[in-house]
Design a protein around this ligand. Sequence first.
Ligand SMILES: Nc1ncnc2c1ncn2[C@@H]1O[C@H](COP(=O)(O)OP(=O)(O)OP(=O)(O)O)[C@@H](O)[C@H]1O
Ligand SMILES: [Mg+2]
Length: 224
Amino acid sequence: MIELSNISVDYGNGTNQISALKHISAHIEKGEFVSIMGRSGCGKTTLLNVIGGIIKPTSGQYMFDCKNVLAFQNKQLASFRNKNVSFIVQNFALVNELTVYQNVMLPLIYARLKKNESKHRVDEALKAVDIVQYGDKFPPQLSGGERQRVAIARSIAADTQVILADEPTGALDEQNGRMVMELFRELNHSGKTIVMVTHDGELAKYGSRILTMKDGEFIHISER
Ligand SMILES: Nc1ncnc2c1ncn2[C@@H]1O[C@H](COP(=O)(O)OP(=O)(O)OP(=O)(O)O)[C@@H](O)[C@H]1O
Ligand SMILES: [Mg+2]
């Protein structure tokens, strides 16, 4: 489903130029759960952003479901992001001025979904991560683990094929970290494709494959 060929990403120019990704190729099947590990600065977030259509690589080819993502015009790209990928990040990326319910609803508003369908999806998503009772609260009133569940609910409601998670447990204690991983495991079993960056070797094992990066390249690939 995700086919990256010879992808390079350079930031800056001239003497300030940094090669964040160097001729990376990877193939991720529908329904896979892939963990990505590697030192700070090795290019993990950059890679997720390429997959999510946020960053356009300097060179290379990216096919998603046999479609050439790098050829998309703005409108197609926006629709690609909305329909296919959702991000879950370390600091949750919730809107503090909106309630939990509204935060989960947000991507559905962008997707211009019908109101009834949206409500149904939000209710189901809140139920799935067991935070129905927090619907009217605001993110700052919740614990880290609860906030991350809201972010996961948003992803469930958006119902994208792919979930891109960038150190989703980085701000959580061990117990909440495991809870988030169990939710990911359930999502994966329900058919979602997950690509997760983590620094934690134990959590990485939730993936069916671990890709290890160094200086913008893959150095090790483990199959489980
Ligand atoms: N917008 C940017 N402009 C210039 N350089 C950048 C930019 N974003 C990232 N970089 C550089 O590209 C390299 C890869 O960054 P990236 O954020 O992908 O690393 P990472 O593996 O996610 O690191 P971390 O584990 O600390 O999050 C780093 O050297 C970083 O300094
Ligand atoms: Mg990063």
